[in-house]
Design a protein around this ligand. Structure first.
Ligand code: FAD
Ligand code: SIN
Length: 522
């Protein structure tokens, strides 16, 4: 079924839904989501959303913390914009029905996480993302200008490349006209045409063996934009969260929020010794790149598969009030966090790089905007400060909404777009060809492109990746299009970008640490 809308939104996390609510007052909106509306990375966010709320905190302090974490690669203008505009956008989130925890005196109960010099994280217990997703989804489904299409998988952006000889008509750069989308209920491929397309497809943690991201995070939007010849940058900066629960076989890994360290929990080796002070004077609350590398180092020194997080000295009642989900999850595995040590391990968590956008969220492709984890705004630089991504998504969704509302009146007509034309006819005979390649890809990335890298490891990763790239492209050409093969292709694309950009960077910087250009750990 073909559709024409003013605004097409690909993705239903915080970026997609908040953008949709803003533009819906100005035109028709279609949101597509590859599973259900509420299955997103957003839903799993634990710690919260960073914003300056009360004294003694200040914009300058939040700006400085962000710049320090970003290791010199943040864009100062962007940092100032997000920090200063964040609180206003969060007020709107609250107006839309999101609830954040308060203290008995009515003030917000602000938490602290690694790299923050003040308490500034608004949160809803230890499942802030679930609360945000709940409130936004409720608001979206009752909006008369918004159509939501669940189980619709965006395959490729439509640009002049799909117009054949017509392409020459548009010499002013690449333009986006919408998306080809696979309806997973009927297997039909729909053409969705839009005056503006907003990519909000989230991250790509699933290119690694161990990740905190749910299975939807396969980097589809980044790969689509790259295939459409849009600019993607900073992909070498993959953030590993220091403390995912060590529970072999569980995927995604369950996160133990940094807010627990903000509350006083500390890291210990398998022998029970504190170690973070050896690496950074901020100890267990140093920025994530430093803590994840220190844990990696301690695991290598001891030969163990995990280290411990120790929350035993914290007040049991407080822990129960603030971290009920973590308490329950650990208990289900026989770990009482008030009496036992919690085994933890770093896991791929967040992509600082992505689709390059300007201050209005506009990409290098005309009529194409992006926000949230799939985008690269310049806020995070070489390492994201904890809890800065939800606020970034909100601010950029708002900027992109303002810019795209302005331009819908400029765009008068929809161009005639051919139907999806693809030669492949057969179903892949064996699913194992796809599942095996995804496993191999995850092994390559975890073994050679993880927390600590080297030129040799990156070269090896690229050589191995080329083999599965060629196999997958061959299979894709013969096969009817399916979600699994598209996700595999996208994940390979994203892995390629991470390796290429990592190999190009001849220094250790933030999340990109290489033994060929070492930097002191502290
Ligand atoms: P997402 O919320 O991931 O949404 C992506 C959407 O795109 C989904 O609807 C998906 O179905 C859709 N999609 C993807 N590909 C396609 C396709 N091909 N076709 C159609 N639809 C598609 N950040 C913080 O600031 N604070 C925190 O406390 C915090 N905690 C976190 C805890 C965990 C466990 C995780 C995993 C992340 C956490 N983060 C946190 C990071 C933050 O949650 C994400 O960066 C943010 O939610 C991303 O939002 P988004 O809107 O960009 O994408
Ligand atoms: C956490 O709660 O530790 C995650 C916060 C984040 O990723 O920003």
């Amino acid at each position: 079924m073909d559709r024409k809308v003013d605004f097409l939104v690909i993705g239903s996390g915080i970026a997609g839904l908040s953008f949709a609510l803003k533009v819906a007052e100005h035109g028709s909106v279609c949101i597509i989501s590859k599973t259900s509306l509420d299955e997103t990375n957003t839903r799993y966010a634990q710690g919260g959303i960073a914003a300056v709320t009360y004294l003694p905190d200040s914009y300058n302090k939040h700006i400085n913390d962000t710049l320090i974490a970003g290791a010199g690669l943040c864009d100062r203008k962007v940092v100032e914009m997000v920090v200063k505009k964040g609180p206003e956008q969060i007020k709107e989130l609250i107006k839309w029905g999101t609830s954040f925890d308060k203290k008995p005196n009515g003030d917000y109960d602000l938490a602290k996480e690694g790299g923050h010099s003040e308490q500034r994280i608004l949160h809803h217990k230890d499942n802030t993302g679930f609360e945000i997703q709940r409130a936004l989804t409720k608001k979206i489904i009752s909006h008369k200008n918004i159509i939501t299409l669940e189980k619709h998988f965006a395959i490729d952006l439509i640009t002049q490349h799909h117009l054949g000889e017509e392409m020459n008509r548009h010499k002013g750069g690449i333009e986006c006209y919408g998306v080809y989308s696979l309806n997973l209920k009927t297997n039909a491929i729909d053409t969705i045409l839009a005056k503006n397309t907003f990519v909000a497809t989230g991250g790509a943690g699933n290119i690694y063996q161990t990740t905190t991201n749910p299975p939807i995070a396969t980097g589809d939007g980044i790969a689509m934009v790259y295939r459409a010849k849009g600019v993607v940058e900073n992909m070498e900066f993959v953030q590993f969260h220091p403390t995912a629960l060590y529970n072999p076989g569980e995927r995604p890994s369950f996160l133990i929020t940094e807010a627990l360290r903000g509350f006083g929990a500390i890291l210990r080796t398998v022998k029970g010794k504190e170690f973070m002070h050896k690496y950074d004077k901020r100890g267990s609350l140093a920025p994530r790149d430093i803590v994840a590398r220190a844990i990696d180092q301690e695991m290598k020194l001891s030969g163990s598969d995990f280290v411990y997080l120790d929350a035993r000295s914290l007040d049991e009642k407080d822990v129960e009030t603030h971290f009920p989900n973590i308490k329950e999850k650990c208990l289900s595995l026989g770990i009482d966090i008030s009496a036992d040590l919690i085994p933890v391990v770093p896991a791929a968590h967040y992509f600082c790089g992505g689709i390059k956008v300007d201050l209005t969220g506009h990409s290098s492709i005309k009529y194409l905007y992006a926000a949230g984890e799939c985008s690269c705004t310049g806020l995070h630089g070489a390492n994201r400060l904890a809890s800065n991504s939800l606020v970034e998504a909100l601010v950029y969704a708002n900027e992109a909404a303002k810019a795209s509302i302005k331009n819908i009146s400029e765009i008068k007509e929809f161009i005639d777009i051919p139907q999806w034309n693809f030669e492949g006819t057969s179903h892949p005979e064996e699913m194992v060809l796809i599942t095996q390649n995804i496993k191999e890809l995850q092994q390559i990335m975890s073994n050679y492109v993880g927390i600590v890298r080297s030129n040799l490891r990156l070269k090896r990763a690229l050589d191995r990746l080329e083999i599965i790239y060629n196999e997958t492209e061959e299979l894709y050409k013969k096969s009817t299009v399916s979600q699994k093969i598209c996700e595999l292709r996208n994940a390979i694309n994203v892995a390629y970008l991470v390796i290429k950009m990592a190999a190009r960077r001849k220094e250790s910087k933030g999340l990109h640490y290489t033994i060929d250009y070492p930097e002191k750990l502290s």
